[in-house]
Ligand binder design. Sequence first.
Ligand code: FES
Length: 200
Amino acid sequence: MVHGAEAVRGQAGGHGHGEGGGSRRDFLILATTAVGAVGAASVLWPFIDQMNPSADVLALSTVEVDLSPIAVGQAITVKWRGKPVFIRHRTEEEIQAARSVQLGELRDPEADEARAQRPEWLITVGVCTHLGCIPLGQKATDPKGDYGGWFCPCHGSHYDTSGRIRRGPAPQNLVVPDYVYASDTVVRIGEVGPAGGAAA
Ligand code: FES
């Protein structure tokens, strides 16, 4: 029922000031909770059950992440259903950059407001929509591409601070998974909210 998942944190910003007091770590292990729903039907149908995903797989269908340790400008990666999910605590500048873009400029037009339930948190599947590489941009030292988001070095796709494709061969934006906020500081990835994954 409860699993740990590893999260890797880097600094997403590189926006200069605020080196402050806190210790800066490149890696952080965050406790996450995976919740799986196992239906009663699988108990009634043992033979069919053997063909269903294992309990482990089901348990990973939803991952709960505590956002409170992630400072503004930082990002973490969590594993969900075998894929990396990027969670970036966006700076005001990143939010402004994402929201000031005209949709007509975009290859895969999508408003940032439709991609981020809360402006400060961008949550996307970290898989390039070209051929499936994992884009760079999570760590402070990573290149973030020409639009300040992510850069896929495999064939040169640039994503903006909303995870939208802006340059290079990728045809679509980074996918926004279903998720809900369980509280002010906890997000549950993989769960469909009452109004869908990216509703306001
Ligand atoms: S897989 Fe990312 S650009 Fe080709």
